[in-house]
Design a protein around this ligand. Structure first.
Ligand SMILES: [Zn+2]
Length: 182
C-alpha cells in the first residue's frame, strides 16, 4: 500500500469526469487499498479516485466503523431534500451548506465486479455518497453550496463524528441479487 497525494482545489483534474471501471483486477485492488490508506491518514470520511489523480469511478467511505466501497455508482432513486454542511479533503479550510436528498438508493459494484444496491436515509452517508459521486463528474461542493464558510478545526469535526458514533444506529441496507446483506 502507498499513501497518495490529495489533489486540492485549483487542480484541473478535479473538474474532469471519471471513466467507469472495467477491470476488477489487482491494479484496482491496489488502488482501493491506497485510497483507504490515504483516507485514514488524512482522517477523512470519504474519498473519490479523482482526488488522488485517478480518473476512475471509485469511491470509498468510512462511517461508524463501516467501510463502503462503491465502484461505478449510480443514484437510481433520490427523495427529499435538506441543506447539510459538508467539507472536503480537496478543499482545506472551507465548508459549505449544500442541498442533498434525505434518501438515496444507489446501484454499484464491489471490488470483484459483483453488483449490489445500497439504500440509506442516514444523513451523513447520504451526503457523503452524493458528494463523492459529484467528484466523479468533476463537481465540487463549492459549485453547489448555497453558503461557504470557514471550516472548524479538524479536532472539532472529529469530535462531532465521535458523538454521532455513540448516539446513533446506521439506517442503511445493502442488497445483492435482491437479498439483504446488512
Ligand atoms: Zn470531496
Amino acid at each position: 500500500m502507498a499513501l497518495r497525494k490529495i489533489r486540492t482545489y485549483g487542480d484541473d483534474i478535479l473538474k474532469k469526469s471519471a471513466r467507469p471501471v472495467v477491470k476488477f483486477d489487482k491494479t484496482l485492488h491496489h488502488l482501493l487499498d491506497d485510497m483507504w490508506e490515504t483516507l485514514k491518514e488524512y482522517d477523512g470520511l470519504g474519498m473519490a479516485a479523482p482526488q488522488i489523480g485517478m480518473l476512475r469511478r471509485i469511491i470509498v467511505i468510512e462511517l461508524d466503523d463501516d467501510n463502503y466501497e462503491l465502484i461505478n455508482p449510480e443514484i437510481v432513486e433520490a427523495t427529499g431534500d435538506e441543506i447539510k454542511i459538508e467539507a472536503c479533503l480537496s478543499v482545506p479550510n472551507k465548508q459549505g451548506d449544500v442541498k442533498r436528498p434525505t434518501f438515496i438508493r444507489v446501484a454499484a459494484v464491489d471490488r470483484h465486479g459483483e453488483p449490489y444496491e445500497l439504500e440509506t436515509d442516514d444523513d451523513m452517508l447520504t451526503t457523503a455518497i452524493c458528494h463523492e459521486i459529484d467528484h466523479l463528474d468533476g463537481i465540487l461542493f463549492l459549485d453547489k453550496a448555497v453558503k461557504i464558510s470557514d471550516r472548524p478545526p479538524d479536532e472539532d469535526m472529529k469530535k462531532g463524528r465521535e458523538r454521532r458514533r455513540k448516539g446513533k444506529k446506521p439506517r442503511t441496507k445493502i442488497t445483492r441479487s435482491g437479498k439483504k446483506v446488512i
